[in-house]
Design a protein around this ligand. Structure first.
Ligand code: NI
Length: 227
């Protein structure tokens, strides 16, 4: 599933993040990529260990923690520290699939990428190109969202970033290991969660059928979740 998270970060939040990362030193994006990605990746990136990346990354993580839509859609178990990248002057990232496993820096712990996230940090009219193009079961989707909005998509998808031919595209991107590994199971839980909330709004939170459906949600989560 491909889910947009509107207004994940508000305008002052985006400005604060941009102030931190725009003042920092950027490096060639291939510093962090796997062998195959390096063949098609042309962009700039904040060094992942830099103070700016850590500080701005924490602001992105705090915003995710405040987003009920993100929590319900991703059911996160582990979240990789956010990276930041930029594209300008024709830079692009050709068709690729994200690495399945990554080492969490400084922990020796592996994280499986179930979901990829891009948080847009520049307004779409400030640059040409730069669409995130994702191959889905329902065809190719092109995503270019306002600053502060995010998109969540399965890390198993082939995707690319189109060349940026004017201005500069700035974004944060990272991965989530979900409690629910299977994309379709996670989608069903998300749909059930939304339906329960809709029914609760009509019948009231304490209605016996709402209680029963809430129980069904939790029992499916208990059956399927890694923790
Ligand atoms: Ni990617």
């Amino acid at each position: 599933m491909l889910i947009a998270i509107p207004d994940l970060i508000d305008a002052p939040g985006v400005a604060a993040i941009r102030a931190i990362i725009d003042a920092a030193e950027w490096v060639d994006g291939n510093a962090t990529s796997g062998h195959q990605s390096a063949l098609v990746k042309r962009n700039m990136q904040l060094p992942e260990e830099s103070a700016a990346a850590r500080q701005a990354g924490q602001m992105v993580l705090d915003a995710l923690g405040r987003s009920p839509l993100f929590i319900a859609a991703a059911l996160p178990l582990r979240i990789f520290p956010p990276f930041f990248n930029s594209y300008a002057g024709g830079q692009a990232f050709g068709l690729h699939v994200d690495n399945a496993m990554r080492m969490l820096p400084g922990t020796g712990m592996r994280i499986r990428s179930d979901l990829s996230i891009t948080v847009f940090l520049e307004e779409p009219d400030a640059y040409d190109g730069g669409e995130l193009t994702i191959e889905t079961l329902f065809g190719v989707q092109q995503v270019k969202l306002p600053a502060g909005h995010a998109v969540l998509y399965p890390s198993s998808s082939l995707h690319r970033v189109e060349p940026v031919t004017r201005g500069r595209r700035v974004a944060s991107f990272f991965w989530v290991q979900s409690m629910i590994r299977d994309d379709s199971a996670r989608q069903m839980l998300f749909d059930l969660d939304r339906s329960v909330q809709g029914v609760a709004a009509d019948l009231g939170q304490g209605h016996p059928e709402v209680v029963r459906l809430t129980g069904l949600y939790h029992n499916l989560l208990r059956r399927w979740a890694d923790a």
